[in-house]
Design a binder for this molecule. Structure first.
Ligand code: GLA
Length: 735
């Protein structure tokens, strides 16, 4: 049994739960007095459950039942499994309430539990999944005796991967309505071992750069209150022990399966303990629970690695590929697409698109994606969002004609939408000005000249769904790029009463999930790619609906090294939308070799974002070769184990990463020399992830090397000259 419950272990600790994955254990204790739930252990797998002695309840003076005089001292130092606020625990709390009388404190104590095989889904929320033989779940029911508030803490352990998922469901079992003012999904109270916090930060065109800072006294938080997971911060944090690198050291990671406001905190307390929490951001959140009402908090994915950040990455990659990503394209190669955004921006018509498609199909590209600008009066980005009718001036003969023509070329067809938005200059806004999110009487803040639709309103959601579905039903559309180009502000909804306005942000995210869930149900064959001004809603929540997400509007090969390094730290390469774009690059003005652009985009979904009819001939001539490269390596890239070999963010000269097949018979390493270095024409790199006892041949070379040698003594990348140069090093087992 992967989850065990042991009783009568010590006079102070009534019972322990021991949760095991293949290589990790997680242990929770139930204190005998008042049934507080305490966190005992998370780390390498243990073979014994006698751990009650490490829970700090023996310090007699601290136990409330023995010494109620110092109850606050107990509450403020005990390692809580799911801490509640207001009664004396002054660290970050996981749950807060306001009763009908305006009171705030609560205490959640163990009542009962249930252990089952398999895993239930979460109501209205994305969540990881597993069959009965793949995972075991535990539900611990806790209760606040005064208010009758119940919290069900859910845990699932997986048999094939070292992941524990957590979530919390809150039920108002009292007689009075109450407000939830915060409800986080996970907490880790552990001894502080001098941790450093790894997190991901950025901006538009600079998403998910890695940051590592020491954890110290005071609270460190990573958060978004933008209504989406955001360009700026990411719903992820890992704590690592000092000296931890890609291959060594301990890592505790939390990743949030959610696409809206979030907060991750870590703090070191005066007792040399740390508390790490993750959940929906409490700012702007207040959820009314009527008697009998329930609130489901989203899921957190937890990973412990004792082999550095690399193992954490590979664990998360496997987990997302096998237990979160769904649908037709879950394990399938994606068609190589060409997107017309950077090729034409708004200046296109049927003729231009067909010319691009024709040339692209001859080169082996498999799908044309028509980006922004095909609908309403959308001649620029100032208008028409919400008017999802084909602009026949641009597309004479309509959408079906264009799609059929593209299909005749042997290509699939994809389309761009930004369904959650409304332009003030649109027929939709003129008909329904109240459909935009707004605070009555206040001039709304525009971003890219657009407002956000209030999809928390049923009629708006229904209209939004139909607008998209109607287009998808009208032609053979096989791919959708679902964009979201501004953050939320000016929160106000005509449908929510004052006592419910604090529910808006979460209801908005639920509406997005409902829209995408419905779309994938009606059109299950679609390849959905989420996008948000590049990668502002790149999170595990969206991954549940779309197997790939546009990673960044910055497709410059060099900028992408950092963006893709941060993204691949926690996401499989199969999820990372990456294209070869035009040069000089539209975002940074840099010119990089076409070959390098292809190599970097290969570590993602692969596609093109340029006008193939207008690029230099020598670049165009390279496309069939790149197409062949994609077909040759994509299975390996999509399914293999990812190893970070060297980081340009750290060394400022070169980047190197590899993908190794699960059976270790084949590997592909990508080496990019960002800047040429004087008097330095070769560089030794140490491959990772190979079988030390297997002999490998580097493609194009005669010599055979032992895996052990390639990893310990390394491999020399020679003849390096020039900036932005890249190499693919493909190695295969020799029998
Ligand atoms: C966003 C996307 C781009 C493109 C434009 C269109 O910025 O990230 O790829 O689709 O919108 O307006």
């Amino acid at each position: 049994m992967a989850i065990q419950f042991y009783e009568n272990l010590s006079p102070e600790v009534k019972a322990v739960f021991k949760l095991d994955t293949p290589n990790t254990s997680y242990v929770i204790g139930v204190v005998d007095t008042e049934q507080f739930l305490g966190h005992i252990y998370y780390g390498q797998r243990l073979n014994d459950y006698h751990l009650a002695h490490v829970l700090r309840v023996k310090e007699g003076a601290m136990v409330p039942s023995v010494n109620n005089r110092d109850r606050v001292a107990f509450l403020d130092s005990f390692p809580m499994e799911y801490p509640a606020g207001g009664l004396g625990d002054y660290r970050e709390s996981c749950i807060g309430i306001e009763t009908a009388a305006g009171n705030m404190g609560l205490s959640l104590n163990y009542v009962s539990h249930k252990i089952t095989e398999g895993k239930e889904g979460l109501s209205k929320l994305p969540a990881s999944f597993g069959e009965k033989n793949e995972c075991t779940s535990l539900e611990i029911l806790c209760e606040d005796s005064l208010t009758g508030l119940k919290a069900v803490l859910s845990y699932t352990v997986f048999a094939d991967v070292d992941v524990i998922t957590r979530s919390v469901r809150v039920v108002n079992d009292g007689k009075e309505p109450l407000y939830l003012t915060r409800v986080y999904s996970a907490c880790l109270d552990m001894d502080d071992r001098g941790f450093e916090a790894v997190s991901l930060h950025g901006s538009w065109a600079r998403e998910r750069h890695i940051q590592c800072v020491p954890v110290s006294h005071g609270r460190l938080s990573v958060e978004s209150i933008r209504g989406e997971s955001s360009h700026q911060d990411h719903p992820f944090m890992a704590l690592k022990t000092k000296g931890t690198d890609q291959d060594h050291g301990e890592v505790y990671a939390m990743h949030f399966v959610y696409s809206g406001n979030f907060k991750v905190t870590v703090q070191s307390d005066p007792f040399d303990q740390i508390r790490m929490t993750m959940g929906i951001h409490p700012e702007g959140f207040k959820w009314k629970l009527m008697p009998g009402g329930e609130f489901q908090a989203p899921e957190v994915v937890m990973v412990y690695s004792d082999e550095g950040l690399g193992k954490m990455s590979r664990t998360l990659h496997d987990f997302y590929r096998n237990h979160l990503i769904r649908g037709t394209y879950k394990d399938k190669k994606r068609p190589i697409l060409i997107n017309n955004w950077e090729a034409t921006y708004f200046d296109f018509n049927t003729e231009k698109l067909i010319a691009i498609a024709k040339q692209a199909s001859e080169l082996g590209i498999e799908m044309l994606v028509m980006d922004d600008g095909w609908f309403g009066n959308r001649f620029d980005d100032n208008r028409a969002l919400g008017d999802w009718n084909v602009n026949e001036e641009k597309l004479p003969g309509g959408l079906k004609y264009l799609v059929d023509e593209v299909n005749k070329l042997g290509m699939k067809f994809g389309i761009w939408f930004e369904p959650e938005m409304i332009s003030p200059d649109s027929d939709l806004y003129r008909a329904h000005p109240d459909w935009a999110i707004a605070i009555p009487g206040r001039t709304g803040s525009l971003a890219r000249n657009q407002f956000v639709l209030d999809i928390t309103r049923r009629e708006v959601l229904e209209h939004t769904y139909e607008s998209v579905a109607r287009v998808l039903r009208s032609a053979n559309i096989e791919y959708v790029k679902w964009d979201m180009n501004r953050t939320l502000s000016d929160i106000g909804s005509t449908d929510l009463s004052a006592d419910r306005m604090g529910e808006f942000y979460h209801r908005y995210v639920l509406a997005v999930y409902e829209l995408q869930g419905r779309m994938m149900e009606e059109f299950p064959y679609l390849l959905l790619e989420n996008c948000s001004g590049g990668g502002a809603r790149f999170d595990p929540g969206m991954l549940y609906y779309s197997p790939q997400i546009w990673c960044s509007d910055d497709a410059d090969a060099i900028e992408r090294l950092k963006i893709q390094e941060g993204t691949a730290l926690i996401y499989p390469l199969s999820a990372i939308g990456a294209h070869v774009a035009d040069c000089p690059n539209h975002t940074v003005g840099r010119t990089t070799p076409f070959e390098t652009r292809g190599h970097v985009a290969l570590a993602g979904t692969f596609g093109y974002e340029l006008d193939v009819t207008r690029i230099p001939e020598e670049d165009r001539n390279m496309i069939p070769e790149q197409v062949a490269m994609y077909h040759k390596y994509n299975d390996l890239v999509r399914e293999g184990d990812y190893y970070r070999v060297a980081s340009y963010s750290e060394n400022h000269y070169f980047d190197c990463y590899g993908v190794v097949s699960k059976d270790k018979k084949e590997a592909l390493y990508t080496f990019v020399q960002v800047l040429g270095r004087p008097n330095c024409r070769s560089r030794r790199i140490y491959f990772k992830g190979l079988d030390p006892d297997v002999r490998y041949r580097v493609e194009g070379e005669e010599e055979v090397y032992l895996g052990d040698v390639l990893m310990k003594a390394g491999y020399l990348v020679r003849d390096l000259h020039g900036d932005f140069k890249s190499r693919l090093i493909h190695i295969v087992e020799v029998k």
